[in-house]
Design a protein around this ligand. Sequence first.
Ligand code: GRF
Length: 191
Amino acid sequence: MSVKNIAILFSGNGSNLEAILNKVHNKTFGNTTIKCTLCISNKPDAYGIIRAKKFELDTIIIENKNFKTREDFDKALVDEIQKYDIDLVVLAGFMRILTPVFTSQIKAINLHPSILPLFKGAHAIKESFQSEMMVGGVSVHMVSEELDGGKIIAQETFKREKNMSLEKWEEKTHSLEHEILPQSIINLLTE
Ligand code: GRF
């Protein structure tokens, strides 16, 4: 029996954080038990902090605004993560661009609300909705220094319905996200 520790980094609402905690935290898959050992937010008012509390998990706040450079902020993240025996870092709505200070030292995955490499960046849901694509989707990828650019490890898609609204598109996107991210963690840590 082995225990694998994950760290979850988030910035806001935290619905993906909650999906991971529900589906993965303190659960055993084959011979592997996965534990969320560390939660970090760069925003002190992120709603995810309250969600984590429901699972008796405290969130460490590391505010990017308190650091002069991206590199200094990334070093503070790395220092915190390295205090624990973390097997995988999960970016679940963590809205920061990470530098090589982080990416060269930390094995991490990121969730993105589009079919990468299409619609990189912060407006992926709206841009994919406004495109002519007949499908939308979500991706999980390894984190590299290129924004939304590391190796893709999982993708799921949904079909555009007739007269689909942006709200429905968002809802479909998020419901796929809540499945694909927990499953990617399980796959990576139990393979
Ligand atoms: C998700 O759509 C994720 O793909 C994007 O930010 C959103 C975070 O949502 N990077 P939540 O905070 O997990 O609810």
